[in-house]
Write a protein that binds this ligand. Structure first.
Ligand SMILES: [Mg+2]
Length: 448
């Protein structure tokens, strides 16, 4: 019997804006950050969860985490996980906190950290990685993880059960593939940041190609002539006829007609999809873009800033997207993600999780494995960015173009204490990088 006795939050920020890692048309200079939750227990276990931000405002998410974590203080782990649907509802149902959402924005980012910390704690007590807990469940047990409020018009518990029961066929073989690290092919964004120079981009493309990657994503949306040049370079390296796939990502910079016109000018580079062409809330806009670009063979993807399962329901039911990009902590943790995996399976849309951020590949490797083994039964691809993994005890890893399936107990985002201290914000004098001279250009520079 494990009881949650308390919690801590940590504001951890990595100064990635210095070298433009993560830069795109909307996010010019991000400092990859974690709003971090640690659940303390009486049993020697800790539950670690985090949510991803890109710097300023991370402390606001930490404050929201404290409010939510307080709702499970004093509860036993058993009482939380024995009826997960109810626990999830309890966490989103504080009648006062709900006002600052509901189920969206900062409070929902914080929910992701807390829910995922419970999963991490549970997995550690069971001595299993998170993906394995779900894969070992019966279809009915998986259905019980979900709060179906607001989505039963698109997916009933009975339909969810049917999808999961159908996926039982071949599951054993897919588990074996997971154990052999052949379940989740990776794609790379490492070369594609908008702020990287041409030579850095070329060498990163060549390097990732030689490592076995077949899918490459580039940021676009700054300037059409420059994007044509960058995509031209990328196609020169990866070719058109070698089975390599190119994707592009605009990070919401365009209005709908602009997105359509801009993408027509990139059509000859044959991208599989345009990611986040416009506002993440614009279901009808995505649908219009999808229809306009269909004759050019370009699909539409979105999801990394999709607020919750209700928004995903609309994107899927309206036929507004070709690719569903769930995020491990923008959604309210594992439970809400599984609700979206099931809706995507019903509407036959592939899951390609968003993973460009610190800790995200550590999380999403579990989610893609769950999707392949027990929901869709179909192999997809999962983003991998090769930044900041050294700060985690169990970093995600790529081998021969596939994610190495995690085997350590937990949800893989436990960060090393020395990393939390060194990059803690605002940080302790003499210990944190943020108190050093090196940090001054960020702290005192223009906030762009
Ligand atoms: Mg993106």
């Amino acid at each position: 019997m494990v009881t949650i006795t308390g919690f801590e939050t940590r504001d951890v920020r990595f100064p990635t804006s210095l070298d433009k890692t993560g830069s795109d048309a909307m996010n010019a200079a991000g400092d990859y950050s974690a709003a971090y939750a640690i659940l303390k227990t009486d049993g020697g276990f800790e539950g670690h969860g985090m949510t991803f931000t890109i710097g300023r405002g991370n402390e606001i998410v930490c404050t929201a985490i404290s409010h939510l974590a307080d709702r499970i203080k004093g509860r036993t782990l058993d009482s939380l996980v024995s009826n997960w649907g109810q626990t999830w509802r309890h966490l989103v149902n504080d009648s006062q906190l709900r006002w600052i959402g509901p189920e969206k924005g900062v409070i929902h980012l914080a929910l992701g950290a807390v829910v995922n910390a419970i999963w991490d704690l549970w997995a550690k007590t069971l001595n299993k990685p998170v993906w394995r807990i779900v894969v070992d469940m019966t279809p009915q047990e998986i259905v019980n993880l979900i709060d179906f409020r607001y989505i039963t018009d698109a997916l009933t518990p009975e339909e969810a059960l049917e999808i999961l029961t159908k996926a039982e066929e071949g599951k054993k073989e897919r588990i074996q593939e997971a154990l052999d690290s052949r379940a989740v092919p990776a794609y790379t964004t490492s070369a594609g940041w908008l702020g990287y120079g041409r030579e850095k981009m070329k060498s990163l493309l060549q390097e990732t190609l030689s490592k076995g990657y077949k899918h490459f994503k580039l940021k676009v949306g700054g300037d059409v002539a420059q994007d044509r040049e960058r995509l031209g370079i990328a196609r020169e390296i990866i070719g058109y006829d070698k089975g390599n796939v190119l994707m592009v990502d605009a990070n919401q910079v365009w209005s709908v007609p602009e997105a359509i016109e801009y993408m027509k000018q990139l059509a000859d580079f044959k991208p599989w999809f345009i990611e986040e062409p416009t506002s993440p809330d614009d279901v009808l806009g995505h649908k219009a873009i999808r229809e306009a670009l269909k004759p050019y063979g370009i699909g539409v993807a979105t999801g990394e800033m999709c607020q919750n399962r209700v928004m995903f329901k609309q994107f899927l039911a309206a036929g507004a997207i070709d690719v569903c990009q769930i995020d491990a902590c923008r959604l309210g943790g594992v439970n809400e993600v599984i609700a979206v995996l099931l809706m995507a399976a019903k509407f036959k849309i592939p899951i390609v999780p968003h993973s460009g951020g610190v800790g995200l590949p550590e999380y999403t490797q579990h989610l893609s494995t769950i999707d392949y083994v027990c929901v869709s039964g179909k192999k997809s691809v999962l983003e991998y960015v090769d930044h900041l993994h050294e700060h985690f005890f169990h970093p995600s890893e790529i081998k021969d173009g596939y994610y190495v399936t995690p085997t350590s107990p937990g949800y893989s985002v436990e960060m090393k204490p020395e990393s939390m201290e060194r990059f803690g914000f605002p940080g302790v004098e003499g210990k944190s990088w943020w108190k050093s001279e090196e940090a001054r250009p960020i702290l005192e520079g223009e906030k762009i």
